[in-house]
Design a protein around this ligand. Structure first.
Ligand SMILES: Nc1nc2c(ncn2[C@@H]2O[C@H](COP(=O)(O)OP(=O)(O)OP(=O)(O)O)[C@@H](O)[C@H]2O)c(=O)[nH]1
Length: 499
């Protein structure tokens, strides 16, 4: 658990005074106030103009949008941000003709109390939980918004009898349900929205050009089940789209799911209140209103929770696969992953006039490096070597650590002269790049390289490795810091001589 404000001060780019304190920049505060003020004003105005006469608004996006913005970007939770939020609520009331100061004061106080409580609740959770990247994120959201709604409801219990001739219990429960429903519909969209950048927009444009019909099938299923809800109706109609929404959860990202469930909630609530979906409920619809709102919110909870769990599970799987296929010291492919990648590539290599070649690279006298400077210095040498050698390679080359101080590179589609040039570039770069050790000491290393060149597709990478290993052995025996090349031919047994 961390304080969400910590991130703000670390990420801030404000100038720092001689004493180390950050100077307040007026334009930053103005920018914050304008954004928060405009957001609260516009969303409150929307809530006011869509609310029924002489009652509280059922759809009130202002608190959820404000809380989402503050939790997502805590830099907006500055004094200027909070003051702008108050002014935004008050201005929306005044602008829409509500002039009773006590009413404006009470409603603004209840709205702020809800947002402040939600913000305070979220302050104890780290970024992963807040941005819906952990499997427990939705549970945390439910608890936080329930507390925020319950606390705001205490003022609601006072407001309802005072302003709307209701009872304290009705005031508390109406306020609580409305807050929770609005938060649960809007917060997932705000928390999971991708950070905007021009590159992101470009990628979206490109991917939307290739519309894959099978990928869109779950959305069609949601639309179809919504149509069935209208056609069949009855009390069970609200739940018709649940299987299709669950299908969406295992297909789409959390953000897409958050937008989908928001769309589903809004559509269902409007369709029920306008009786497009006839739930066939006896008695007043107003009596059933709160139950329906809670029901719709709970229906959307399962798909969004599943989407978050799927995303965090996929991320975990991706990290596990990454760990299983990479050497943790150098970040290169490990022996197993290197062999797999090469064996996948080798049959596809265009051998026509070009060769597929494999370099086996071994650091010279590495045992002496460890013995003289310590194991940590040896590790640093391995890291520096892999960085310097990577810089000599093309993006299509496959570079892996076979084990210890032994490395290999597969060079696809390379002329023989190119193979020699690349190997020589690596040898020279390593010999000329000293390694800075912690104690200001510089260490120089050299490498020996065995190159296996082939003009025919080899049966697998192991046959190329054998030839390269034999050439490497000769490079070592020939005095080290050199390259020896050998051609792979079918039927040739190129094992390293023993003894
Ligand atoms: N620091 C460090 N050392 C390692 C690692 N893996 C293997 N080694 C060491 O690498 C050394 C390899 O030594 P040798 O196989 O004798 O080869 P060499 O000393 O390089 O001699 P030549 O290859 O003949 O030039 C051993 O001392 C291993 O302990 C590692 O991850 N980190």
């Amino acid at each position: 658990m961390t304080d969400i404000n910590k991130k703000t001060s670390q990420a801030s780019t404000r100038p720092v005074t001689m004493s180390g304190r950050q100077e307040p920049v007026f334009s930053d505060e103005l920018h914050t106030a304008l954004i928060v003020g405009a957001l609260v004003f516009l969303s409150s105005w929307f809530g006011i103009v869509t609310r029924p006469d002489n009652n509280l608004a059922a759809f009130w996006p202002a608190n959820a949008l404000l809380l989402g913005l503050l939790v997502r970007s805590p830099r907006f939770a500055s004094p200027a941000g909070w003051i702008a939020a108050v002014l935004g609520y008050v201005a929306a009331d005044l602008f829409t003709g509500s002039s009773a100061p006590i009413k404006i004061f009470l409603l603004t106080a209840a709205n702020l109390l809800s947002v402040v409580t939600g913000y305070w609740m979220y302050a104890r959770y780290d970024e992963g939980i807040r941005n819906l990247k952990r499997s427990q994120s939705i549970l945390v959201m439910v608890v936080n918004v329930a507390v925020a709604g319950a606390v705001a409801g205490v003022l609601g219990a006072f407001i309802d009898p005072f302003l709307f001739n209701g009872t304290p219990l009705r005031g508390w429960s109406f306020w609580f349900v409305t807050e929770v429903v609005n938060y649960m519909a809007i917060l997932p969209v705000v928390f999971s929205a991708p950070k905007f950048s021009w590159r992101w927009l470009e990628r979206r444009k490109q991917s939307s050009m290739h519309i894959d019909l099978s990928h869109s099938a779950p959305i069609f299923a949601v639309v179809l089940s919504c149509i069935l809800s209208v056609l069949i109706g009855g009390p069970g109609a609200v739940a018709f789209p649940v299987p299709a929404l669950l299908w969406c959860s295992v297909t789409y990202s959390v953000f897409t799911m958050a937008v989908l469930t928001l769309g589903f909630s809004v559509w269902t609530l409007i369709a029920i209140s306008t009786q497009v979906i006839d739930l066939a409920i006896a008695g007043s619809m107003i009596d059933a209103e709160m139950s329906i709102r809670i029901g719709v919110t709970l229906v959307t909870l399962a798909p969004i929770t599943l989407a978050v769990v799927m995303q965090s599970r996929n991320e975990l799987l991706r990290r596990l696969l990454d760990i299983a296929s990479h050497d943790q010291l150098t970040g290169l492919l490990n022996r197993h992953a290197f062999r797999e990648r090469c064996n996948t590539l080798l049959p596809q290599l265009v051998i026509d006039g070009k060769s597929a070649s494999l370099l086996m690279i071994d650091i010279d006298h590495f045992k002496t490096v460890n013995d003289t400077y310590g194991h940590a210095a040896g590790d640093q040498a391995l890291i520096n070597f892999s960085r310097s050698a990577s810089a000599c390679l093309r993006s299509s080359d496959v570079f892996g650590r076979l084990g210890g101080e032994e490395f290999a590179v597969l060079l696809p589609d390379c002329l023989r002269a190119d193979v020699q040039a690349i190997a020589e570039r690596i040898r020279q770069t390593i010999a000329e790049t000293p390694i800075d050790l912690n104690n200001n000491f510089q260490l120089s290393i050299t490498v020996s390289i065995g190159a296996a060149v082939t003009y025919e597709a080899p049966p697998d990478v192991d046959s190329l490795l054998l030839v390269a290993d034999s050439a490497l052995y000769r490079a070592k025996n020939g005095g080290r810091n050199r390259i020896v090349e050998s051609e792979f031919q079918f039927g040739q047994i190129a094992a390293r001589p023993t003894g």
